[in-house]
Design a protein around this ligand. Structure first.
Ligand code: ADP
Ligand code: MG
Length: 317
């Protein structure tokens, strides 16, 4: 869907922002770019909608070079959400959301229906919020509007640059949950920049870890946790002591779930073995003394682990 081929960017002042990026983002994927400050995440993101022109290489969207697209068509088809809330202050919430649909000449009825749908989707009652000004909303609510505004004209791709990093922990978590829900429903292709590993683990189908303008590792959350490619990855995802009790991750097996030998582990298995299994299977069954006592699910494990890390927990193998 979005393919980077040998992409480099050096700015006129000589800064090499990214070097020889090669990767592909699949349709419908939640793809997270993560790395320390200055590692090239924003530059990578902005090259996708041509806010930054590349110096070398090609970016392809749906098999067509981005340089071959009409720039307006390209941008309308790519939603963009920034860290700082960028709503137009003099316009109502509804007008803010309707900017791109208006540009695309949707008729008024369709726009109104769309605005209401989107507000409902993020838990803002349209009747109450449609006609408010941005200043009459909390920071978290404003950013929620920022997210649905990017979705308004139904773009295939959404780019998000540290969209939640300025929010308080509560709003942030709420918006992360909204994003997961939106992604489940709408199956957009999302490229999401963050420097917060917990956020990346929670949201990403795949995570691309960058350092000094280069890709260090691309993989699923479990691949990064279970098989960090080098010390930098290990340190970034956390070379930590895991004091999560496996028991906390085990849920009951519901009737009719087929058991096979390939995805069964023993209750005494170390956490990295569990994670390796979860990299290939949605769930693994846990045996104690040869008897299945429950199962561990990928989604639930990620949730528990990210909560655990947020609370300052340590994981190691
Ligand atoms: P990140 O988003 O990961 O923090 P950026 O992509 O913003 O990183 O920046 C990557 C590198 O490129 C940094 O060294 C940064 O200083 C440099 N850089 C970014 N934008 C410009 C610019 N407009 N001119 C010169 N250098 C830039
Ligand atoms: Mg940045």
């Amino acid at each position: 869907m979005i393919r980077f081929e040998q992409v480099s960017k050096n700015f006129p002042n000589g800064t090499f922002a990214v070097k020889s990026l090669d990767f592909e983002i699949k349709k419908g994927e939640f793809f997270v770019l993560i790395g320390p400050s200055g590692s090239g995440k924003t530059t990578t993101l902005k090259m996708i909608n041509r806010l930054i022109e590349l110096t070398k290489g090609w970016v392809w969207i749906n098999g067509k070079k981005i340089s071959d697209y009409d720039i307006n068509v390209l941008r309308w088809n790519i939603g963009y959400v920034l860290q700082q809330i960028a709503l137009f202050p003099h316009m109502t919430i509804a007008e803010n959301i309707a900017v791109v649909p208006e540009l695309k000449n949707w008729d008024n009825e369709k726009i109104t229906a769309r605005v209401d749908d989107l507000l409902n989707m993020v838990g803002l009652n349209p009747k109450e919020y449609r006609n408010r000004k941005p200043s009459e909303l909390s920071g978290g609510q404003q950013q929620r509007v920022g997210v649905i505004r990017a979705l308004a004209a139904d773009p295939e791709i959404i780019l998000m640059d540290e969209p939640f990093s300025a929010l308080d922990p509560f709003s942030r978590e709420k918006l992360q949950d909204d994003m997961l829900e939106i992604q489940r429903k709408l199956k957009k292709t999302i490229v999401f920049v963050t420097h917060d590993m917990q956020e990346a683990l929670k949201l990403g189908d795949r995570i691309c870890l960058m350092k000094d303008g280069e890709i260090v590792q691309v993989g699923s959350p479990h691949e990064l946790l279970a098989n960090p490619e080098n010390d930098f990855v290990r340190e970034f995802v956390g070379n930590r002591k895991l004091s999560i009790n496996l028991n906390e991750l085990i849920t009951a097996v519901t009737e009719g779930q087929v058991l096979s030998d390939t995805n069964t582990i023993s209750l005494s298995a170390p956490i990295n073995e569990v994670l390796e299994h979860l990299a290939s299977f949605e769930q693994v069954f846990v045996k104690d003394n040869g008897k299945v006592i429950g199962m561990i699910q990928r989604q639930n494990t990620l949730k528990v682990m990210s909560q655990f890390l947020r609370e300052g927990g340590q994981i190691h193998e």
